[in-house]
Each structure stands twice: as C-alpha cells, then as structure tokens.
Design a protein around this ligand. Structure first.
Ligand code: THU
Length: 130
C-alpha cells in the first residue's frame, strides 16, 4: 500500500463532527515504518488536532524520530497543505528535502518539500548562542 493509500484509508476514521472536514495523514520513517493520523475535534476546541500531528505523535511514541516521507489527504477542491503549526512539527523531524504529498479524494496531488513548505524556518542553529 502506498503512503497516500494509507492516508486515504485512515481518513475514514477521522473525527470531525464540527468541521465535517476529514483529514488523513501518513508518514514513513527512515526504516520504512508507516504511521498514520487523523484529525480529532471536540466540543470545547472544535478546531481539533490535525491529522499530521496525530501521525507524528504516533511515530514519536515508538521512539522513532526521522520522517522520510509524508502524505495528507482530504475531500477538498485542491490538495490541502499542512497548517503552519504542522509544517513546523514536520520540519522538526524531517530534513529539508523530504517530500510532502498533498492530495484530494478526487485524485489531485501536489508535492512540495519541507523547505518549500516552510522557508526560513526556525531551527536549532538559531539558538547557537545560548
Ligand atoms: N486539519 C488537518 O487535520 N490538517 C490540515 O493540514 C489542515 C486542517 C483539520 C483540523 C480540523 O479538524 C479541520 O481540519 C479544520 O481545520
């Protein structure tokens, strides 16, 4: 199963009763393991947590720390890009050239690297004087 197929499948389990906008995400680590995530909303915080953050948390919980590839899918007019916060979360665990595939359930796709999604990102080198 491709990474995008994994994202498409897990998206069915997204919990989005407030936005009705279901998102699925999948990432592959350097050793080939796939982790998936969905958005989860709740009545007090209807914006919920993003699918990408869920996949990253699942990866981190196993001790893995290196993202090699990401895929995100939603039922949208155009491929849905990760939100700003998730771009930073992905960048924490992915090198600049890691590819993020964004897709719609209709089959449109867009691929961008982490560097393209978050140019000028804050990284550990900015704290070199501390
Ligand atoms: N959402 C994601 O899961 N990932 C994104 O990249 C964009 C937004 C979710 C969060 C919320 O449940 C819903 O989409 C609307 O913002």
């Amino acid at each position: 199963m491709s990474l995008l197929d994994a994202a498409r499948t897990v998206r069915e389990n997204a919990y989005a009763p407030y936005s009705n906008f279901k998102v699925g995400a999948a990432l592959r680590t350097a050793d080939g393991t796939v982790f998936t995530g969905i958005n989860v909303e709740n009545v007090a915080y209807p914006e919920g947590t993003c699918a990408e953050a869920g996949a990253i948390a699942a990866m981190c919980a196993t001790g893995a720390r290196e993202i090699a590839e990401v895929a995100v899918i939603a039922d949208a007019p155009a491929p849905v890009p990760p939100c700003g916060g998730c771009r930073q979360k992905i960048a924490e665990f992915a090198k600049a050239d890691v590819v993020v595939t964004m897709a719609t359930t209709d089959g449109a796709t867009l691929q961008m690297t982490v560097a393209e999604l978050l140019p000028g990102r804050f990284d550990a080198s900015h704290m070199d004087r501390t």
